[in-house]
Design a protein around this ligand. Structure first.
Ligand code: COA
Length: 172
């Protein structure tokens, strides 16, 4: 029998700040796939609350969270600049707690982001960077229509190892 979970996906609000920071600090140490390492996020709860407040009313930034039993188990975000020449470009980030991989949460979170981006009056290009060795994430992005644009050689360093990074994009 396949295991299933009850999950709620919604936009993050300022009162989620503490749980989000805890989640990001924990998941940063679970894999070597995040740009954030064991040093942690380095943001206070108050700063995170302010950021979430600003993002909630932004037309080119968003944060979605996946919750199971009141706990944050996944986050996906679009971050864009306020500079007019590049405000149409949204950078994607997604992470799911390792204990919840394979339940489809990464796909659901990404689909929410894509729906939100489609409705945004500002965004026309989504992009992301993913380590070449991160085959699970690359599969997810390719499945949702992201195309490989370039390989950034030695684009990241993990545990002293220089690794290639894929630049992927999707026009909307
Ligand atoms: C990438 C990540 C978000 C995926 O989350 P998830 O909840 O496991 O994703 P889903 O269950 O929706 O989908 C996983 C897909 O990868 C596939 N997959 C699993 N292992 C794989 C592998 N080694 N190689 C290729 N595909 C793989 C699954 O079959 C599934 O594909 P399908 O939907 O076509 O059946 C999650 O692994 C994660 O948080 N990783 C660490 C952070 C990270 O790498 N973020 C991206 C940085 S750019």
């Amino acid at each position: 029998m396949n295991e299933t979970i009850d999950c709620i996906i919604r936009e993050a609000i300022p009162s989620d700040a503490e749980q989000i920071l805890k989640f990001l600090n924990e998941t940063a140490a679970q894999t070597g796939f995040m740009t954030q390492g064991r040093e942690g996020v380095g943001v206070s709860v108050e700063e995170e609350e302010e950021q979430l407040d600003t993002i909630y009313s932004s037309l080119n930034n968003c944060v979605f969270i996946a919750r199971v039993d009141e706990e944050v188990v996944g986050i996906a975000s679009i971050h864009a600049s306020d500079k007019p020449k590049i405000e149409h470009i949204g950078e994607i980030g997604v992470v799911v707690d390792k204990g919840y991989w394979g339940f489809g949460l990464g796909t659901l979170l990404m689909e929410e982001l894509l729906l939100w981006a489609d409705e945004s009056p500002m965004l026309s290009r989504l992009e992301l960077k993913v380590q070449e060795r991160n085959s699970r994430a690359r599969h997810l992005y390719e499945k949702l229509g992201f195309k490989l644009e370039a390989i950034m050689e030695q684009g990241v360093k993990d545990e002293g190892q220089l690794l290639n990074v894929c630049l992927m994009s999707k026009l909307i």
